[in-house]
Design a protein around this ligand. Structure first.
Ligand code: WQD
Length: 341
């Protein structure tokens, strides 16, 4: 009998790519998602890629009763990967209570059921946003977390603390928080990818929609940062590389290889890339031009961040494989496909 993994938020961008990698590695997956920011058709796309349609339950994880009923129905869950959360930085500034309620209650309901139903293993979707603007680069897992720039970012800090403190109180629990840098790109089949509803906040979907003619022009938010070309620097990681890190983290917990009951890993490429370098790389990889203009900085943006990934490389035996050009080309192929959907 294959091990059963619960993936919350599994019809989302990172979640769906992780479900594919879990199924590729022989795991049985059940997805819980409220479809507030994704489409149920993703289940069919996953089946087209792996041949297996994941089991699916649609409900909101802030509903404690529904969560309890779920764990009664699926009594053989061996591990949980928790993606489900609201994640738009800008939106969170205007709707802090919605973000704190959704992101914190969902996690707490899951952890209460983990305790009640003796499910020990949790992998949590955290973010480099917990580091704020680091004083020293690259960031390691020991880099001090900073006051978050947004309620969204703060929910990631608080969720990490909820996990840490709950594991302290219930030593049978084990958790790994993966601190993502900037996930971009799409599956090689172009059957799944990033599908932002409405006007994209993030750089890559806005860029590919601009090149596809959906947006008139890409605005580059600032070229007066203290960086090589003046534009802000991030660590952009292929979403499939990121998905594979989740499988490795699950295996670490299921095989008891974790060295502490609560662990943190930076999941990035280790390379800092500027917005203007992204544009150049995209144009080189695709042969397409990116119409863009320089505008003022976006409030809340940090100047520069990228990961020291040596701990994940050594401890997890995981390393990002895709080049930036390959990653951006996959994003473009996905954009071309959704244009036809
Ligand atoms: C990247 C760079 C922008 C749009 C946030 C969250 C992170 C994660 C990803 C959820 C920045 C610049 C962007 C545009 C631009 N969230 N940019 N023009 O802000 O690094 O990270 O989203 O999973 O936790 O913090 O990502 O893609 O919004 O921006 O110039 O139209 O691109 O200023 O330098 P960010 P982003």
């Amino acid at each position: 009998m294959n091990k059963q993994i619960l993936v919350t938020g599994g019809t989302g961008f990172i979640g769906s790519h992780t479900v594919v990698e879990l199924q590729n590695n022989g795991y049985d997956v059940v997805i819980v998602d409220n479809l507030s920011n994704s489409k149920v058709e993703v289940l069919d796309q996953i089946k087209e890629i792996t041949g297996i349609r994941p089991k699916f339950e649609q409900f909101d994880l802030t509903d404690k009763q529904k969560v309890k009923e779920f764990f009664k129905k699926y009594s053989d869950i061996e591990a949980i990967i928790h993606f489900a959360a609201s994640k738009a930085v800008g939106e969170s500034v205007g709707k802090p209570l919605m973000y704190y309620n959704n992101n914190l209650s969902s996690l707490m309901n899951i952890m209460e059921s983990m305790i009640d139903c003796e499910v020990s293993n949790l992998v949590f979707s955290s973010s480099c946003t917990v580091y704020g603007q680091p004083d020293k680069l690259p960031v390691t897992e020991q880099t001090p977390r900073k006051e978050a720039e947004s309620p969204y970012g703060n929910t990631k800090v608080i969720c990490e603390d909820i996990i840490r403190d709950t594991i302290k109180a219930y030593p049978s629990l084990k958790g790994i928080a993966l601190r993502y840098f900037n996930p971009i790109g799409a599956h090689a089949t172009a059957k799944i990818g990033e599908l932002p509803l409405g006007v994209p906040n993030n750089l890559i979907p806005f860029l590919t929609q601009t090149v596809a003619g959906i947006r008139p022009e890409l605005s580059v938010f600032g070229d007066d940062y203290n960086t090589e070309d003046g534009s802000a620097v991030r660590d952009y990681i292929h979403v499939v590389d990121l998905a594979k890190a989740h499988v490795v983290a699950i295996e670490r917990l299921l095989t008891g290889k974790n060295k502490r009951n609560c662990e943190y890993f930076n999941i990035g490429t280790g390379n800092g890339v500027s917005v203007l370098e992204i544009i150049k790389s995209f144009e080189r990889a695709t042969g397409e031009k990116v119409p863009h203009k320089i505008v003022a900085r976006r409030a809340g943006d940090i100047e520069k961040i990228y990961a020291d990934t040596s701990f994940a490389n050594e401890e997890l035996g995981w390393k990002a494989q895709s080049t930036l050009d390959e990653t951006l080309l996959s994003a473009w192929k996905w954009q071309l496909r959704i244009a036809k959907m």
